[in-house]
Design a protein around this ligand. Structure first.
Ligand code: ZN
Length: 972
């Protein structure tokens, strides 16, 4: 393996086997520039590259975040206005983004195609080292912040993409709470300010300060370069040296992360957040205790804190959680360990408590922890928590995020602070063993004693609701802007009007064809012609309906048991939404705490879900289901399937106290999801105006369900008997053999192991199937929902099948083309929203236009409509079309984990879409011409004419545009 120690320009510092990721770790220093380069060589086709910089900020102007946005707005070699978008819509990337952290900024890309991967690296490296924003201040104004004035009579406004993004973030009480928790113990260093930017402080940032920040930190000597996957290491490093690194000499940069000095005890801190109305029950206060927790390069301690987090605070039955709930302090408990910063910290908190309970909160936490230290922490719980983490690590399923990216980001949690430690976090299997061996030695108790009970540095945070705080802030800003305008001369006002117009003009001018051609492009022939196969097969037919998706998942099997609930009366549907309490209540054999421990000792978890299936192209078809799922290794097959049986057949619904806790927690979860997920809330809602299955989902998990849950929790004592009776009645009705169908994703060997347990599971279920009772009659409501936030989430939707149209693969092209093209430009670049999108589903026909963290409302709806005109007159040369097609397939063909492959195959099986139809979609997308795009205008016009829309947004915007909606009301 001595092949890597003589690459010109580099010194090989480390070479080690990384068994966990089936690869070799190579760590280089680039001699001339001082750059650090970490390589993980294995045979993963999904290659990853990133370049990161250590960028600790000193204030909350969001300078690191604004630099992150703007580096990707054009560079010397690639002078287009938005290379990020050119790549997003024109490459086969499987990941493309950039992240600002509290002390670092990271620019990652991923691709399975070698040529594409090389192109992505080139564009990203030129972007970070030679950005165009030195030459063009408008880039800073567009992405960061600006004053806007369209004509003399108007008021001056503040706008900017990062500004809107952060206004959205600061609209969420949860989000703010996390910021303040962190801030409370770091008053003196970078972790006490917000690298993302506080909307109150963003306008303090000058263009010069911003340029200085880039000049100071963006040099190879301050960089962290990462390469992962099946790549030619020598070729990539040589290219990197010749094209970028060799142009720099080592210089002295102070990017050191400052250390927070210990307080020597616990401080008290109070902060506020905005609400529109006082809480009806006089609650709404958050409390938290925040402490330092170990050292960043001590992996064993880090894992141990994560284990403690789960065991003491998070797990059902966790002692501190139980004690706080018992004492009636708050509706929900939150806790987290932050191990990826220089001084790791730990937070334990409650949400939605009453005022004046600060001391009770602290006392209950400390008393319970003292008791845990004295009596010892339950060993089965520790074991369960370690297994749970280890299972996730081995499974390495990060959804759409490439594995290699997650490994690389984790590396930085030690590498950023210690040059000698790039690979520590890739030896977790060993570490888990070591941590497991500490059970029964007093180790975990000693950590609690040292870091919680005898903390040398902590903060007790009280987070209070304040009615109208946001309105006050907005008024203050408006007044400041008015005063500013009043103090401006005619000439200054004219200059602002001119600047506003100049920026708009700049934003409307596309990059020239010469500029666009600088971005390297693959050709359509680089894309596979054939659809990806689906592997599903009905097995053990005599036993019942079991569909096997044959994907080998390193010994893991994923099982999901679905129960058809269409026999349930429509009025009882909301009660189905409460079924998620299964797995969290006692069963015949276990208390809920023991059940949870046992589940994680033997499996990767058990979870409940609701879903609906539709047949391809058939708008009237609709199969509503409740499901219970588990994942486990084959040798635990009997035990794992046994849990499913135990839970659905023997769960106890009678424990009123437990139900109260769970229902309040459920309510609190929904409430906090609203400000974060405005777009999904609005999208689900608007779909319910015209789709029966979406109406079902609304009733069981949407805004309607929230109303139902609110009523129960507000009148708990009156309602609970009926709730218990309904849950019993429904579970007897639903969980029968005749309502059941099963999906299992695994390899052949595992399937064999599961045959008998699954047969036994089915045989043990009672029989019974009721006639279809459920019926929803959707109706147009076009509602506006007010939230305490300061931004909007606008959704306009319809259905192509409802419009009598057919699905075509051209809609796949539209998805990436509009989301990263017309809508991006109008709603994000010009409008200042953080995001915008278009999608159309081939199975259901559901079609929608969305905006995310949007300062606008009416204007955005107008832009959705303008899409039709844009499509009618659509023109594009070959290059543009090639780009649109590539961008679409990067997404469609992204590699999936075995679990995701199984889900995809099962979904196709359930929808009944044939291979020939799927191939038609693919062919249509691959062969898409401008004329095909123009033809979609008529289809989308019909969809928009259906005229369904919904906005979740600020009270101010909704009051101003009240007439647009059939009704408006407060969401929470
Ligand atoms: Zn951002």
């Amino acid at each position: 393996m001595a092949q890597f120690d003589n690459i010109p320009g580099y010194r090989l510092l480390k070479e080690e086997e990384l068994a966990d990721v089936k690869g070799t770790g190579l760590y280089f220093k680039h001699i001339k520039s001082g750059a650090r380069v970490c390589v993980i060589k294995n045979d993963d086709e999904n290659k990853v590259f990133y370049i990161g910089f250590r960028t600790p900020p000193t204030d909350s102007t969001g300078v690191a975040h604004i630099v992150e946005h703007t580096t990707l707005c054009g560079s010397t070699k690639f002078p287009v206005k938005d290379p990020f978008i050119e790549l997003a819509k024109g490459s086969l990337n499987t990941f493309l983004n950039a992240f600002t952290y509290p002390d670092k900024t990271v620019y990652p890309v991923a691709s399975c195609n070698d040529k594409d991967f090389a192109n992505l690296m080139d564009v990203y490296l030129d972007a970070v080292f030679h950005p165009n924003f030195y030459k063009e201040e408008k880039i800073f104004r567009q992405e960061g912040w600006r004053y806007e004035l369209n004509d003399e009579k108007e008021d001056i406004k503040l706008n900017g993409i990062v500004y809107s993004e952060m206004k959205g973030a600061y609209s969420s009480a949860d989000d703010l709470f996390y910021r303040y928790c962190q801030g409370s113990i770091f008053p003196d260093n970078q972790y006490g300010v917000d690298s993302g930017g506080d909307p109150e402080h963003i306008p303090d940032l000058t263009y010069e300060q911003y340029l200085d920040f880039h000049k100071r930190f963006y040099h190879p000597v301050n960089s962290y370069i990462y390469l992962y996957g099946d790549l030619d290491v020598r070729e990539r490093l040589t290219w990197l040296d010749e094209n970028y690194l060799s142009k720099y000499d080592v210089i002295d940069i102070d990017s050191s992360v400052k250390i927070q000095k210990e307080f020597g005890g616990i401080r008290e801190v109070t902060e506020e957040y905005s609400v529109d109305n006082p809480d009806e029950n006089g609650k709404g206060v958050f409390y938290s205790l925040n402490v330092f927790a170990g050292e960043t390069d001590d992996l064993i301690k880090g894992i141990s804190f994560e284990v403690l987090d789960y065991v003491l605070f998070e797990a059902p039955g966790a002692p501190v959680r139980e004690a706080l709930t018992e004492a009636g302090i708050g509706d929900d408990i939150i806790s987290f360990y932050s191990g990826d910063i220089q001084q790791p910290s730990f937070t334990i908190g409650v949400k939605n408590a009453k005022p004046g309970m600060k001391d009770d909160f602290k006392r209950v936490v400390f008393d319970t922890l003292k008791k845990c230290v004295k009596d010892g922490i339950k060993e089965s719980s520790l074991k369960a928590a370690i297994n749970r983490q280890e299972f996730r690590y081995r499974e390495a399923d990060f959804g759409r995020l490439p594995k290699g990216l997650m490994y690389g980001i984790t590396c930085l949690s030690t590498w950023l602070y210690n040059d000698d430690m790039p690979f520590v976090t890739l030896h977790m299997n060993e570490a888990y063993k070591e941590v497991r061996a500490k059970i029964g030695t007093g180790w975990f108790e000693s950590l609690v004693d040292r870091y919680f009970l005898n903390t040398g540095h902590g903060a007790l945070l009280t987070f209070l609701p304040k009615v109208g705080l946001n309105a006050e802030l907005e008024k203050k800003t408006a007044e400041r802007l008015k005063a500013m305008k009043a103090g401006m001369s005619r000439a200054e006002i004219q200059k602002l009007i001119d600047d506003t117009a100049a920026l708009k003009k700049y934003q409307s001018e596309p990059s020239t064809p010469e500029q666009l051609r600088t971005i390297p492009l693959l050709s359509v022939s680089d894309i596979r012609k054939e659809i990806k196969e689906c592997r599903y097969e009905e097995v053990f037919k005599d036993a019942g309906k079991i569909v096997w998706e044959n994907y080998d998942a390193n010994g893991v099997a994923y099982i999901k048991a679905f129960f058809d609930v269409s026999g349930v009366d429509t009025k009882d549907v909301p009660y189905l939404g409460l079924m998620s309490i299964l797995t969290l209540v006692d069963t015949a054999k276990h208390t809920y705490g023991e059940l949870n421990d046992d589940i994680y000792i033997h499996t990767g978890g058990v979870g409940m879900d609701v879903s609906t299936f539709k047949k391809y192209g058939d708008i009237s078809s609709f199969l509503p289901c409740i499901s219970i799922a588990t994942k486990t290794m084959a040798d635990e097959a009997v035990t794992a399937v046994g849990y499913l049986d135990e839970i659905i057949r023997t769960s106890k619904f009678d424990d009123v106290k437990r139900l109260r806790d769970l229902l309040f927690m459920m309510r609190s979860d929904i409430e906090s999801s609203y400000t974060e997920n405005g777009t999904s809330v609005a999208r689900a809602r608007v779909a319910s105006y015209f789709s029966e299955s979406a109406s079902f989902m609304e009733a069981i998990s949407g805004i309607d369900f929230y109303g139902f849950l609110k009523d129960i929790t507000d009148h708990f004592d009156e309602r609970i008997e009926n709730v218990i009776a309904k849950l019993k009645e429904l579970s007897a009705k639903i969980f029968t053999r005749d309502n059941l169908f099963i999906s299992i994703t695994c390899g052949e060997k595992e399937l064999k192991a599961f045959e008998k347990p699954l047969r036994d599971f089915i045989a043990a279920l009672p029989s019974g199937k009721s006639e279809k009772h459920m019926k929803f009659v959707p109706e147009r409501r076009n509602e506006g929902f007010k939230t305490p936030g300061q931004v909007q989430y606008n959704v306009r939707a319809g259905n192509i099948y409802l419009a009598g149209e057919k699905y075509s693969g051209v809609f796949d092209i539209l998805r990436s083309m509009l989301s990263y093209g017309f809508l991006w430009n109008e709603i994000r670049v010009k409008g200042g929203a953080y995001g915008a999108g278009f999608s159309c589903n081939n199975v259901t026909g559901f079609t929608c236009f969305t905006s995310y963290r949007d300062p606008n409302l009416k204007n955005t709806y107008e832009n959705f409509e303008k899409t039709i005109g844009y499509l009618e007159t659509f023109e594009a040369d070959d290059r543009e079309m090639t780009k649109a097609i590539l961008g679409t397939f990067g997404d469609i063909d992204a590699p999936l984990s075995p679990r995701q492959e199984g889900e995809r195959s099962f979904g196709i099986y359930m929808s009944g879409v044939t291979d020939s139809e799927r191939q038609r979609f693919r062919d249509e997308a691959l062969n898409c011409r401008p004329d095909d795009i123009r033809k979609t205008a008529a289809v989308l016009k019909k969809v928009l004419d259906q005229n369904y829309f919904c906005t979740v947004g600020s009270a101010k915007a909704l009051d101003e545009e009240k007439d647009l909606f059939m009704s408006t009301r407060t969401l929470v």
